[in-house]
Design a binder for this molecule. Structure first.
Ligand SMILES: [Ca+2]
Length: 299
């Protein structure tokens, strides 16, 4: 178990190294984008939260510590401890991270939903845990949203790529809640993707619907590409030419390919496939990444 996870992790780190080398020029912008993301709960601070939604608040404190390990292949691990009303802590461990971050939201039934993200190099989260308490003081119920939504390996098998980072809470309605991921598209670099999840008591599943992109953002094409009338269609809706501006509205996964819903300045809409690997080209005015001038890639 240890060894298979260790190898998988090494494969991830190796890809990250290649990616970093390719995109070193745009790391500064990517770091600015990451700093702009605000997480809701600080370590070591006592919060009064109604974790179980029964109308009375509990005192909640979380801590993140890094353990040095001498006797295993991994040099360190990040430990997350959750304290409710001074009870014995609930603990979670990530063998490949050095710290945890926390965000929170409130479910429509009044319970608090905690998000715990392990953090390692390049802000990567191996685990993105959604945590709830049925009754204050009982062990937390935990679901790893990364396992539900993020692709492992080369062929996309979930809506998010393997580059997807942590989440922030957006909203809750009825038995669903929405979180905002940071993901990376080959055509556009870092984008936010809103995904819905259904929660039934403690069981969480991803709702099968498109990921919602930030359509208020304007993307300026530096190369031409063809936009189709539908996902997997060969029929062209319109062509995007260099200098054209578009909005990116949605992303879906179909047969191992991500398709993006795109709207041009005339209001026409259509779909194009996100390239299955990064796109770049050097020209007289410098390096171009992805399809758009605004594309930034994290290291
Ligand atoms: Ca309570």
């Amino acid at each position: 178990m240890y060894i298979s996870k260790f190898r998988k992790r090494n494969a991830v780190m190796l890809s990250a190294l290649v990616f970093t080398t390719l995109f070193a020029g745009s790391v500064a912008q990517a770091e600015e984008a990451e700093e702009a993301q605000v997480y809701g709960l600080e370590a070591g601070v006592a919060y009064d939260l109604d974790l179980d939604g029964d109308g009375t608040t509990e005192q909640f404190v979380w801590q993140t510590t890094e353990k040095e390990l001498d006797d295993t292949e991994t040099a360190r691990q990040a430990v997350l401890d959750l304290y409710v009303n001074d009870s014995q802590p609930s603990s979670f461990i990530d063998d490949y991270a050095y710290m945890w971050r926390m965000d929170k939201g409130t479910l429509a039934d009044g319970r608090i939903l905690l998000f715990a993200m392990s953090i390692s190099d390049n802000d990567y989260s191996e685990q993105v845990l959604a945590l709830t308490e049925k009754e204050a003081g009982l062990p937390f119920q935990s679901t790893d949203l990364a396992k539900l939504s993020r692709t492992e390996g080369e062929v996309p098998n979930h809506i998010l790529s393997g580059w997807a980072r942590g989440v922030t809470f957006v909203r809750s309605e009825g038995d669903t809640f929405t979180v905002r991921w940071n993901d990376t598209l080959s055509c556009a670099g870092i984008v936010s993707v809103d995904l819905d999840y259904q929660i039934d008591e403690a069981t969480i599943t991803q709702v099968d619907q498109p990921g919602i992109l930030d359509e208020t953002k304007t993307w300026t094409a530096w190369q031409s590409f063809s936009v189709k009338t539908d996902v997997e269609s060969g029929q062209e809706a319109f062509t995007v030419a260099p200098g054209d501006t578009v909005s990116l509205l949605q992303v879906v996964l179909k047969n191992g390919m991500r398709w993006i819903l795109c709207r041009n300045a005339d209001g026409a809409e259509g779909w194009f496939a996100d390239p299955d690997s990064a796109v770049w080209e050097e020209s007289s005015d410098g390096m171009h990444w992805g399809y758009f001038d605004e594309a930034h890639f994290a290291g």
